[in-house]
Structure formats: structure tokens, C-alpha cells
Design a protein around this ligand. Sequence first.
Ligand code: SER
Length: 592
Amino acid sequence: MDAQEMRETYVDFFKGKEHAYISSAPLIPENDPTVLFTTAGMHPLVPYLLGERHPAGTRLVDFQKCVRTGDIDEVGDASHLTFFEMLGNWSLGDYFKKESIAWSYEFLTDVLGMDPNQLAVTAFEGEGDIPRDEETASIWRSHGMRDDQIYFYGKEDNWWGPAGQTGPCGPDTEIFYDDGRPKCGPDCGPSCHCGKFTEIWNNVFMQYFKDADGKFTPLKQMNVDTGMGLERILRILNGKETVYDTPLFTGIIGKLEQISGRTYGTDVEDTKAFRIVADHLRAATFILGDGVTPSKMGQGYILRRLIRRASRYMSKLGIEDACMQSISEVVISEYSKAYPELERNREFILTNISGEEEKFRKTLTKGLRRFNEMLSENGDRKVLDGEMVFRLYDTFGFPVELTQELAAEQGLEVDIEDFNNRFRTHQENSRAGADQQFKGGLADHAVETTKLHTATHLLNAALRKFVSPDIQQKGSNITAERLRFDFNLDRKCTPEELKAIEEFVNEAIRAEIPVVCEEMPYEEAMARGAIGVFTDKYGEMVKVYTIGDISCELCGGPHVSNTSELQGFKIKKEESSAAGVRRIKAVVGKFD
Ligand code: SER
């Protein structure tokens, strides 16, 4: 089965169970400052799992593009990926365990034709105040699963979430494929890593909220959040050894074979390099497709790291010429049916990927030479000091992780603390700062971010009124402290314009205007002249937020219910973000 067939089969099956199809959200969480990328299908749905009404209803199905960078160094083995797709279905306070399990079972056995004897499932064993999930086990039994196919595990294995430090979470039941080989020992089961079991689907019964103190309270509604890895299910259905052997990678790896003149799967080191390049360039193409450019921090830094690491492994494959564009072109042509934004942003993707590739190629050879000199300067010491590592970063553009990897190949470590200190002093907005974002919690700071979200709509309207009616949002990022809004303009805003914008927004706040949310078909929202960045929503129900006659914008929310809640608005900075794109940072609150 190929990837598009699988996506469509999944969506159609759940449409048949009255689920509404929603399109994949961008990889960059629009209003969640706590993570850099969308890491799971449930991630863009957090407000709805917490009780916000979703315009498409209470049963949803989708395939969501995701990026997880925690295991980037593991990529190259048989299973790790930075970019992956998750097929998911959701109940937002609608059905629960019984239906969820019944449909998963029906889909795997009836639709995909899997043998029930090759399935194994898990249930939550119970821990603390939360009881053992006998209900889940008995539902599985009712479908014919034998006791020796049902395993109980504790929180370590059978609890999912929250995605950050706080947020919705709950016990889950995981469905595994059992390849039939003998158990590796008496304790062998789905949580064993011997390779007998492969997790294919995770059904989370999301019924708790974990707060910042680590306390669990019941959510307003009982939800189901399921996620099935597209790469893994395709591997199993196609009887392949690794995710890289699935149709998802055939075109990409084929192109790399053609360029390098080498054959995938013949040499161990080459195979690892093929996989790293294929994974990283697929991820980079998708990240670029959502408008990120390579940079020194945040998502841009991860993008840079992916491209530069890919570049190093391409040279290991003996590839002499710049050719990332041609790999990206394969990704664009093979994935655009499912993700039309790739085709729409083709020029942007290709220009940026080759720009970054050229930039790094100029310094890669020199940097590697310098690295080898450093090795001899370092003598017998097992640690490379931060000064050397910082020089590689600053002069040759080596992401510190790349140097760490090069050092590890020589049995050396990098003095990362020393490097970080130098880095911090050198650059106020260090990557260390961006890393902190991973550690925050979803739904934290919810009140402040909600206010800033409404302020963003007012700012957008004010820009269109005072600067140009052609202004469009090019990016938005909200933390608990400030909003950041990027928009198209090829010049600085004048001080007069900024003053007028600030006054206009403050006037709207003083006027105590209600913020009204309505749900309607996408076409109707467009006919009303709503503005918004969602372009793939044809035929879907959407939410439209209206603020008096000032603003009418397509948006998932949430927002404050009255502009007065913002108290006041202040622009902190106006600067350039990229060619033809300006950036405004602003805050809300009471100012004297
Ligand atoms: N949130 C769960 C996961 O990521 C199920 O979708 O596995």
C-alpha cells in the first residue's frame, strides 16, 4: 500500500464513523510558545481537548505532519525520524473507550486485513489515585483478544502526555504488531525492545489535566486522542525491515542513489548516510514549506542544523556538487497531494534550501580541516574546550551538535558548559534560550497568551488601516510576555504610523468591544471578507472571530471575550524579519 492510499483509507474509514476531516495544522504551533514544532496530532487540538468548541464538531480525523528533534542523533538507524506523519482520530467529549477500541480493531483487521493473532495490546496497570484499567482489557477481550495478548503496564509505558509540563493527559491502550518470532525472554512483551513488537497505534483516554504542581484533575470532558505512525504502519503492511524501505522514501533515496552513484543498502556506513540525508532533507523541506528560514535560533536553528548535518553526510556519500534542490523537488512532488502548501511554496523552499547549502558548503571543508588541527592541538585530552568549539561555530558555521558528533567519532567530548557560557555572552538570544521553550508546558500562561492573541488581531487590523490594506500576516508567535507579528512590507514603519497603530488599538481596548466567535463554512467566511492564513480549508467549517467593525478573522482561538481585558497595548519594537517582511513585538497590560 502506498502512503496516499493509506492516508485516504484511514480518513474515509473514520468519515464513515461520522468523523469530520480536518487538514493538517502547520508544523509551527501558531500560539503555543512552549514548543518549537507540532509534535503530535493532538498538539494543535489542545484547546479543544480542554473544552473549547471545535467548529468541525466532536469527532475529528486527520493526518498531521509532526517534527520531533529529541532523537536527531539516533536518525540513521532503522526507525528514528525527525519528520513523521500521524494518522489520528479524536473524540472531543463524544465517544470513549468502547467505540475507540472497536473502531481501531475493525480498521486494522477488516480494512487493513491484519491477522488478529499478530496483534498485542496494552492497558494501564494503575498507579497512585488512578485505578487499573480493567475496562479497556475487557473491551479487548470482547473482540476476541486472548489474555496472553493483553499486557498491563504502569505510567512509564501506558500513560500519555501532557505534551509539555502541563496539559491534557491520560491512560492509554497501545496496539502493537507482533512479528511472530519467539519471545526473547520471560519478560518479553510490547515494552521490550528486542524487535518482536512494534507499536502501531496509541489510543489515549484523555481525561485528566496535569497542572504545574504535578496534580491531576479531571478534564471538563472525556476525550479520545489516537495516533498511528504512518511510516510504521506502511512498514508493516508492506513487510519491510525499516521505515526507510517504505514507499515514503523510495523516490528520495532513489534520487540520492542516482546523484551519488552508490547503492542504498550495500554498505553499513553509506546506508546510515543515505537515511540521515533522506530524513533531514524531507524534514527541512516541510519546515521550509511552513515559511521558516534558516537562522541562529528557534525553528530556524533546527532547520539549519538539519540542512548542515545533511550536507556533511552528503559529502560522506561522495556527493561533490550542491544538489539539495533536486531532493527537495522529489519531496515536493511526492507529498504535495497530501500537503499542498509544499507546491504553493515551491520557490521559497528551493531558494532557501540551496542558499543554506551553498553557504555551508563554502566552509565545510575548511571547518573540517580546522577541526582536525584542533584535534592535534588538543593532544591526549579527552575533552575539547569550549573556545575551540565556539570558533568552529562562529567562523565555520558548525552547529555545536555537529562538532559534538565529530568529536564523538574520535572518542572525545565537548566541554558544552564552557561553550554555552561563551555562546550566551556572545549572543543575547542564544539557542539555549530556544531550548528552554521545550521545557515549558502547554496551556501554561493561558490567560496572558489569550490576551496577546486578541491583541494580534487588533494589531493586524490597525496595520491594514494605517500602513497598507495589502498587509498580510507572515508569521505569529506568542509567549506569555509578548506577541510577535510578522507582515509583508518592504520598508520600515514610520514613527507616526506606529503611534497611530498603538493609539488605535488602545482606543479599541477602551471602547470595551465584545469579541464574537461564530462557526461557518470556509466559503461563507471568505464571502464575509474574513482575513486569515488558512488556505486549505475549502469545504470545512471554520471559526471566525469578529471584533466590532475593526476585525474579522478566521482563527482557531481562543480569544478574550471583551477587548477591555487587554487593559492596554504597547509596541516594543519594529524591525526587519526577512527580505520584504517586517516584525512588530508588542505587549499588553496596564501602563502608566
Ligand atoms: N498523543 C498520542 C501520541 O502522540 C496519541 O495521538 O502518541
